[in-house]
Design a protein around this ligand. Structure first.
Ligand code: GLP
Length: 242
């Protein structure tokens, strides 16, 4: 595992965007796994700036979603499909046909999970998976005690994660769905390069456990230690307990 410590969130976004741009120069139709939440915003903005400056051509890139809420109405602005379209696909000038994600409004959610796991493999697998980290050490929506071999499946959110994510739902925890679809940890580990970005002091404990603690399902992000090509990009605040 490589740990890169940068000054602040903007610098972290630039470092990760450079890595994505390098990948797309070498493999223009690479499958890029994207995360949601507030952390990756600087990455998407830095990458968009590179596209606008003509530094990289992303027109053949493909985008894959990491996770999704279950049960939000189609088109809900906080569904992760909407967020990825708004923050990644549209700014990069990509078409919706370049984008794949699990169907959180499917009548048969289990079948949708299986279908998405298979679709990722059929697409050749994820080349670079960008990850954030929850304050409880989760990646995607793999909450503590998720199996390290897990596949894309339904999960129930912890109270902590619903509290953390209530800010996207007007501060009202009751609006935060209880169930989600997430790529499993085993699924995530199949990506060829994992890049975890963490910024801010509230991530310092989770980062320290993930990077320096034992590999354990109680800290899902510690699974990155098992991966042959994992990069952790942290700002000074998130690195403060390393
Ligand atoms: C959610 C997402 C994760 C993300 C986490 C942290 O739970 N499912 O993919 O990493 O939030 O979000 P933030 O970056 O806003 O702290």
């Amino acid at each position: 595992m490589e740990v890169v410590i940068v000054e602040d969130a903007a610098a972290g976004g630039e470092v990760v965007a450079q890595s994505i741009a390098a990948l797309l120069r070498a493999a223009p139709s690479a499958l890029l796994g994207v995360a949601t939440g507030s952390t990756p915003g600087p990455v998407y903005r830095a990458l968009t700036a590179k596209v606008e400056a003509g530094e990289v051509d992303v027109s053949s890139a493909r985008i894959a979603q990491l996770d999704e809420y279950v049960g939000l109405p189609t088109g809900h602005p906080e569904s992760y499909r909407s967020v990825v379209l708004r923050e990644v696909v549209e700014p990069l000038g990509l078409g919706r046909d370049s984008f794949m994600g699990p169907d959180g409004s499917a009548a048969d959610v289990r079948a949708a999970c299986l279908a998405y796991d298979r679709a990722l493999a059929a697409a050749g697998g994820v080349d670079l998976q960008l990850l954030g980290i929850g304050t409880d050490g989760h990646i995607g929506f793999n909450e503590p005690c998720s199996s390290l071999a897990s596949r894309t499946r339904i999960k129930t959110l912890t109270e902590q994660t619903r509290v953390d994510n209530a800010r996207f739902f007007g501060g009202d925890i009751e609006q935060v769905p209880r169930h989600v679809i997430t790529q499993g940890i085993g699924t995530i580990l199949e990506a060829r390069h994992l890049v975890l970005l963490a910024t801010g002091e509230n991530k310092a404990d989770a980062v320290a456990l993930a990077v320096e603690g034992p590999v354990a399902s109680v800290v899902p992000a510690s699974a990155l230690q098992l991966h042959p090509h994992a990069t952790v990009v942290v700002d000074e605040a998130a690195a403060s307990k390393l």
